[in-house]
Design a protein around this ligand. Structure first.
Ligand SMILES: Nc1ncnc2c1ncn2[C@@H]1O[C@H](COP(=O)(O)OP(=O)(O)OP(=O)(O)O)[C@@H](O)[C@H]1O
Length: 318
């Protein structure tokens, strides 16, 4: 379990993170989403005791990270895959970490196997690793102590599609066995595929959080017809706001309302479904744009817009 309570971080006059609260429960993957500079890394660093909060607190398994007696046995952390000793081999890095954590040397080979670094790769110096290999090594390091919690900042950076698919499976399996995962990313689709819950941050503030499916359902409906313009006209005449998504028209209404409006205009739909990733993308853009817009400090915890935005904010306030 990870519990973050009203974390705030100010650098001089700049507020990087403002009043951020959320929980990550065992058995779940929480996707921590936000555009560049939103405050994801700063929040994660505060959870891991690497950055001192200006206000608020964070605990992992009930204690501040710095008070955990042997943190690597409880929490696997990967914040920066490049922050590893470039002159050491992958195996050496893990061997040192295993000794520090007091885990058996045998786990080093197991961890390397688990992340797909073979014997040749394990013997190479890290300066010769690709970013994807560094991410795999970082993940092996995080898993070494057989922790119950994983905190991973952009772990898919540098991984190829096969690597991303592999990592999803690993994280899903970890959570299905009762583990807690906090995973940051700016890649919405990657997070959508693996997360159970989402925390969306923009401009240092939480703009939405909640169950992924509920947030996606709040993301509206995707509709497609051969004649996109005719469909758009029909929906607008029915009083439904419409925006363009990559795969079709996005409508912040349920499928029935959209289907009926199209039928009333005699338009055959070629696709009608919850907006899914397109909706999440739209939601993400809407919410983070709202967070970036200048407005008085006292109003920023009340994002306007979709029902999905309102619901998670209520949840955050509970
Ligand atoms: N040590 C620091 N000193 C001053 N400002 C900082 C420092 N660390 C972060 N910031 C600022 O805090 C804000 C949040 O940065 P952070 O790295 O947490 O964002 P992020 O969501 O992780 O972004 P990215 O996806 O680009 O890594 C940014 O405006 C950044 O410039």
């Amino acid at each position: 379990m990870i519990e973050v309570t009203q974390l705030t971080k100010r650098y001089g006059r700049h507020t990087a993170v403002q009043d951020v609260s959320f929980r990550c429960e065992p058995g779940t993957v929480t996707g921590f989403l936000g555009p560049n500079g939103a405050g994801k890394s700063t929040t994660m660093r505060m959870i891991c005791g690497l950055t001192l909060p200006t206000a608020g607190s964070a605990t992992v398994a009930g204690r501040p990270y710095r008070h955990l007696p042997n943190p690597g046995r409880l929490v696997g952390v990967l914040l920066d895959a490049s922050a590893q000793h470039a002159g050491r081999t992958g195996r050496e890095v893990l061997t040192v970490a295993a000794a520090t954590m007091g885990v058996h040397r045998r786990t080093v080979g197991e961890a390397l196997d688990r992340v797909g670094l073979d014997a040749v790769a394990a013997k190479r110096r890290i300066r010769a690793y690709s970013l994807g290999m560094r991410q795999r090594l970082g993940l092996a390091h995080a898993l070494l102590g057989d922790p119950r919690v994983l905190i991973l900042d952009e772990p898919a950076n540098g991984l190829d599609p096969e690597g991303i698919f592999w990592m999803r499976g690993l994280l899903r399996d970890f959570a299905d066995r009762g583990g807690t995962v906090l995973l940051s990313s700016h890649l919405l689709r990657e997070v959508e595929a693996v997360a159970d819950r989402l925390v969306v941050i923009g401009g240092g503030r939480i703009v939405a959080q909640g169950d992924k499916d509920e947030l996606l359902a709040g993301g509206g409906t995707l509709a497609r017809a051969r004649d996109r313009a005719a469909l758009r006209g029909a929906l607008e005449r029915a009083g439904l706001p419409v925006s363009d998504g990559a795969e079709g028209l996005l409508v912040p209404a349920d499928s029935e309302a959209v289907g009926l409006a199209a039928a009333a205009a005699g338009i055959a739909l070629t696709e009608l479904r919850p907006a899914g990733a397109g909706g999440l993308e739209q939601l993400f853009l809407t919410l983070t744009a709202e967070a970036d817009a200048p407005r008085p400090a006292e109003t920023v915890d009340q994002p306007a817009g979709t029902g999905a935005a309102a619901r998670p904010t209520e949840e955050a306030a509970r």
